[in-house]
Design a protein. Structure first.
Length: 217
């Protein structure tokens, strides 16, 4: 397969496997999504979903969260790891949302990425999933698979995001982001496949014999 054929096959196969891929982080609105995304750093979505009900019972909006002591936030989210840093970020961004954005999560990259604990990937998730803006968030799963599938050189996540946006139509970005994550977790994980094992890797590169040495994000 050439690259164009791989792109068409990957998009078709992922759509067959995950026709209704939804964001796995449980949330009710842009704010609870933003908090859940921050909590998901270096942590599984499953664990985040186990903890957020307790956190949102204490506060589920910026005004309420801004009043919760950082120590209390930290104690609730401790099972997720990086609790001190995440708790501080959630507290500070809640205060900023109240002070600068009338208690609303901004729907633009500049203001989102200016919030504590919010990087480009996190902002991309919120922009796409909460507001419907075109975005292609690239996490470690997507960065790894894009290299295994020959869609990017994988120099860094910035390059991977740029390459994927160029290869796939804008309307498919958000859907593909989730579909690739699901596929990576189920079939093409870091240890479960080396570029020669899963269905998509074998179909795209049937003669590949050596493992793919992927570059880290």
């Amino acid at each position: 397969m050439n690259k164009k054929e791989r792109v068409e096959y990957i998009q078709q196969r992922l759509q067959e496997l995950y026709p209704k891929a939804g964001i796995p982080l449980k949330h009710r609105d842009p704010y609870t999504l933003l908090v859940a995304v921050i909590l998901s750093a270096q942590c599984t979505d499953k664990k985040v979903n186990q903890v957020t009900p307790y956190l949102f019972a204490a506060a589920d909006n910026p005004a309420a969260m801004a009043k919760v002591p950082v120590s209390r936030i930290e104690s609730i989210i401790r099972p997720l790891g990086l609790a001190p840093r995440k708790a501080k970020a959630i507290s500070e961004l809640s205060k900023i949302l109240m002070e600068k954005h009338d208690g609303n999560v901004p729907d633009n990259f500049e203001d989102l990425e200016a919030l504590p604990g919010v990087g480009h990937k996190s902002a991309s998730v919120v922009m796409n999933q909460a507001f419907g803006h075109p975005a292609f968030p690239v996490d470690t799963h997507i960065h790894r698979l894009a290299q295994r599938w020959g869609l990017t050189s994988g120099r860094n996540v910035v390059q991977t995001e740029r390459d994927l946006k160029r290869l796939f139509s804008q309307e498919a970005w958000g859907r593909l982001h989730l579909q690739i994550i699901y596929y990576g977790r189920e079939h093409c994980s870091a240890r479960g496949c080396d570029g020669t094992v899963c269905e998509i890797c074998r179909t795209c590169f049937p003669t590949r014999r050596k493992p793919v040495q992927t570059k880290k994000a």
